[in-house]
Design a protein around this ligand. Structure first.
Ligand code: ATP
Length: 443
């Protein structure tokens, strides 16, 4: 959309990080600050988007995050914007301790987001994107610049731009440390618990009330001090202001995100399962639950070719899986991994039990008086306590009761993937579109 001498730019960024330092959102924070410093009349048409992609992709460092910035600038400033970002990326990555494996990507699109990028987003969210697919998409898109060429990071950068609007979304306020060290973050856990209780209807996955652990602070040597996830940008700022933070920090930025929305869990047929695909599939169990060493549970869900589902112990789904019966009707959701023996295994994030078959075994009723009989002793049949009838011929009654369970079981809060919708978000889904940020979205 070009209005007079102004233009809307969508800037996608990804893979600006390494295993031990740096992070794409931190780079984004620095870029936004720098753009405000150097570009007059810069107007964001949306919060920066923090777009999570397929959680089973092997190249990811942590949570497979990519970012899209969407703003209006004077047409004449487009080249200046690109130069600022490219120069900053060079500086940022030259500072990183270890660039091992990182392939930063920058994508700059002018105007409206074409459908080809929406499709790329869906694929990058739910499947593996091959470079040939990427090249095809790029050839279809007009008004696109890739200042660093076609790097691996361009997959995430373009997918972030293509994040489909009109779908559910959430927000995350991310604050950054002013010193970058490996040590623990100095945030008072009680203040997190209290804020979490106060705003509990509007926030999620910030505090694990079951285990008494705060979930907002990451570990290790990256620049993130904390991240507060919620339904509303104003609430995450309020939550942040109520925390007791005992180290200096450089500031914060609010992202609009697809976190906690289940957007990666698309319905698939068993025949469509391939390594790296995410899915929700209706399954009929082909084996009883088998417990592995360490408490994980594995179940065969398809014979030819064999496909298994694994329920890891730390996710707490193993205790549900252990009780599954081969006649249960269920849907399992997660992503397909290929194990070293080439078996395809769904790493389960959610189990939805539609109907559960429970088997009940009763002592027989007395054929004479109808009263339920008692055991007459080992191998001696049954006897009636009322009329005294005894028999070795009567057998126990078996009843299979089909129970409509209709319940979803989800991995424990602390082990949840960023994209997984937690229980507390059910019913809070909203239709999101580009939304003009509130005043204090960046500090
Ligand atoms: P951080 O959370 O610290 O930002 P990360 O976990 O997001 O790190 P990245 O550094 O972004 O990991 O690396 C992921 C890489 O994988 C990027 O280069 C991205 O373009 C690429 N990628 C993401 N999704 C897919 C996909 N579905 N298929 C192929 N490549 C993908």
């Amino acid at each position: 959309m070009i209005t007079d001498s102004r233009v809307v730019l969508h800037v996608g960024l990804d893979d600006v990080d390494s295993q031990i330092s740096g992070c794409t959102t931190h780079f984004t924070y620095a870029v936004v600050k720098e753009l405000f410093r150097h570009i007059d009349c810069l107007e964001f048409i949306d919060y920066p988007n923090l777009v999570r992609l397929n959680p089973s992709i092997p190249f990811k460092t942590r949570g497979n995050a990519a970012v899209a910035l969407r703003f209006e600038v004077p047409y004449d400033d487009v080249e200046k914007v690109i130069k600022i970002i490219v120069d900053m990326l060079e500086d940022y990555t030259s500072d990183l301790d270890d660039k091992g494996g990182s392939e930063p990507g920058i994508a700059v699109l002018k105007g409206n987001v074409p459908e080809a990028l929406n499709k790329l987003y869906l694929k990058a969210l739910t499947d593996y994107v091959h470079v040939d697919y990427l090249r095809n998409v790029i050839s279809e898109v007009r008004d696109l610049k890739l200042p660093l060429g076609i790097t691996r990071g361009v997959i995430g950068a373009l997918a972030a731009i293509g994040w489909i609007q009109g779908e559910d979304c959430t927000y995350e306020l991310i604050a950054y440390r002013s010193i970058n060290n490996d040590g623990g973050r100095c945030v008072d856990v009680n203040s997190v618990r209290e804020a979490d209780i106060k705003y509990r209807d509007y926030v999620f996955n910030n505090y694990d009330h079951e285990d008494g652990k705060m979930l907002i602070t990451p570990h290790g040597g990256n620049p993130v001090l904390l991240g507060i996830r919620g339904e509303d940008p104003e609430i995450v700022v309020k939550y942040f202001r109520e925390l007791n933070i005992c180290e200096t920090y450089s500031g914060y930025i609010i992202f609009r995100t697809n976190q906690g929305t289940d957007s990666h869990l698309i319905k698939r047929d068993l025949s469509e399962l391939r390594p790296y695909r995410t899915c929700c599939v209706e399954v009929a169990l082909k084996s009883k639950p088998l417990q592995l060493r360490g408490g994980d549970v594995i179940i065969k869900i398809e014979d030819n070719p064999p496909i298994y589902a694994v329920f890891y112990n730390e996710t707490s789904l193993s205790s549900i899986a252990r009780k599954l019966d081969m006649r249960d009707e269920l849907i399992i959701c997660g992503s397909v991994k290929q194990w070293s023996d080439l078996t395809n295994v769904i790493n389960v994030e959610k189990i939805h039990i539609n109907r559960k078959v429970r088997t009940y075994v009763y002592n027989p009723k007395c054929p004479k008086c109808g009263r339920r009989m008692k055991s007459a002793g080992l191998n001696k049949g049954f006897k009636c306590g009322k009329c005294g009838f005894k028999s070795k011929e009567v057998v126990k009654e078996v009843a299979n009761i089909v129970e409509n369970v209709n319940k979803t079981f989800i991995t424990k809060v602390g082990t949840m993937k960023h994209l997984t919708k937690p229980q507390c978000r059910y019913g809070k889904e909203k239709q999101c579109n580009f939304i003009k940020p509130i005043n204090d979205w960046i500090q």
